[in-house]
Write a protein that binds this ligand. Structure first.
Ligand code: PHB
Length: 391
């Protein structure tokens, strides 16, 4: 017996799932969201904070732009560097588009607030989530709610926005997947200190890659390339600041790195993964449920936004009896997925040092090329600032 009936069940209340529920509601389509974590956990997750122009445009168009417009920091481009050299790539000059620094944590908060105000049903802290009858036009999701009650939600479609560990991806039969793991991880550091740079610095260094990013005027975000399996507690604060200073070029051409109180540290593995198709019957996948990119280039969130921007109108039309957009969803979404998969792999392999001296020479050659040729720089800029949603 069904205790709930809706049009779309969304598995996962991260940015993909919550934005999808918002876009569907704007089209008059009801949804129910189920999530294994608590609301506090989902709202506090620290992720990359770079939005492409098209992501900002979409969020603004659907009424999620108030705080974003006020607080997001517009960046014209990035710095790319290697020892003794720092170059600015100006995306606005190169391709006419900027990027925006606005943490995923902030987007998640905006989404939670907007959906709560609209009365969206979100079941947090559920267990035993299972998908049923995805080949029928009455698929359902069963789960145990936070009070221990067994529940069923019957819908017209299910969307898996439940990341790489959720049950949705595995529910697609005849799945094909592509993987690349990298022989290094990112050591992420959050510090209570004003950024020492106006725009992000991506640094190649013989000791390993480093990135200077930021969250606000008083909070900086840093990453260091470290070997896989590194224990974040094994580095002292001084070791972290020394490594950042060396790799980011403290003291070169008068640039200095300001250290501060470290408030969070974690080690993130890096991998690329694409799972196809992104649809089977009445089950659709969006965001990390279908693809993972390494963080270099900050594509993960933007890809999730692009997926749901395609999926919302496709589901709306499907529920009105027109299956054409839904039938094309997987193929259309995967074109952009593979573009971003290539771009993030390319940025990653250009910037992270390996043991192989041949790699080193190729990396430095590419860095010189993208910082000296307008055409090469424009290629990087076009991908980083983001291709149009329908690409
Ligand atoms: C971040 O601020 O967390 C960030 C920025 C740029 C990246 C990756 C992560 O490429």
């Amino acid at each position: 017996m069904a205790d709930e009936r809706t049009q779309v069940v969304i598995v996962g209340a991260g940015p993909a799932g919550m934005l999808l529920s918002h876009l569907l509601a704007a089209d008059g389509v009801d949804s129910v969201v189920v999530e294994t974590r608590s609301e506090e956990y989902v709202a506090a997750r620290i992720r990359a904070g770079i939005l492409e122009q098209s992501s900002v445009d979409l969020l603004t168009e659907v009424g999620l732009g108030d705080r974003l417009t006020r607080d997001a920091d517009k960046h014209r481009g990035i710095y790319l560097q290697w020892p003794e050299e720092r170059h600015h790539l100006d995306f606005v000059d190169l391709v006419g588009r900027a990027v925006y620094v606005y943490g995923q944590t902030e987007i998640q908060k905006d989404l939670i607030d907007a959906r709560r105000a609209a009365g969206q049903v979100v079941h947090y802290e559920v267990t035993d989530t299972a998908l049923h009858d995805i080949e029928s036009d009455r698929p359902s999701v069963t789960f145990t709610d936070s009070e221990g009650r067994a529940r069923t939600v019957v819908a017209d479609a299910i969307v898996g926005c439940d990341g790489s560990f959720g049950p949705s991806r595995a529910a697609i039969p005849a799945r094909e997947s592509w993987d690349r793991t990298y022989p290094y991880s990112w050591f992420g550091i959050l510090a209570d200190v004003a950024p020492s740079t106006d725009e992000l610095i991506y640094a190649w260094h013989p000791d390993g890659f480093a990135l200077h990013s930021m969250r606000s005027e008083s909070v900086s975000r840093f990453y260091l390339q470290v070997p896989n399996g590194t224990d974040p507690a094994s580095w002292s604060d001084d070791q972290i600041w020394d490594a950042l200073a060396a790799r980011l070029g403290h003291g070169q051409n008068g640039w200095t790195l300001q250290p501060g109180q470290i408030t969070d540290r974690s080690v993130l593995p890096m991998r690329s993964h694409v799972s196809t198709p992104m649809r089977h019957g009445r089950l659709f996948l969006a965001g990390d449920a279908a693809h993972i990119v390494p963080p270099t280039g900050a594509k993960g969130l933007n890809l999730a936004i692009a997926d749901v921007a395609l999926l919302a109108p496709a589901l709306t039309a499907l529920l009105k009896g027109d299956p054409r957009l839904a039938d094309g969803y997987s193929e259309t979404a995967l074109r952009r997925v593979w573009r971003c998969t290539h771009f993030s792999w390319w940025m990653t392999t250009m910037l992270h040092t390996t043991e192989d001296p041949f790699d080193t020479q190729l990396q430095l050659s590419q860095l010189r090329w993208v910082t000296s040729s307008q055409h090469a720089a424009a290629g990087l800029a076009e991908n980083y600032a983001g291709l149009p949603i329908g690409f």
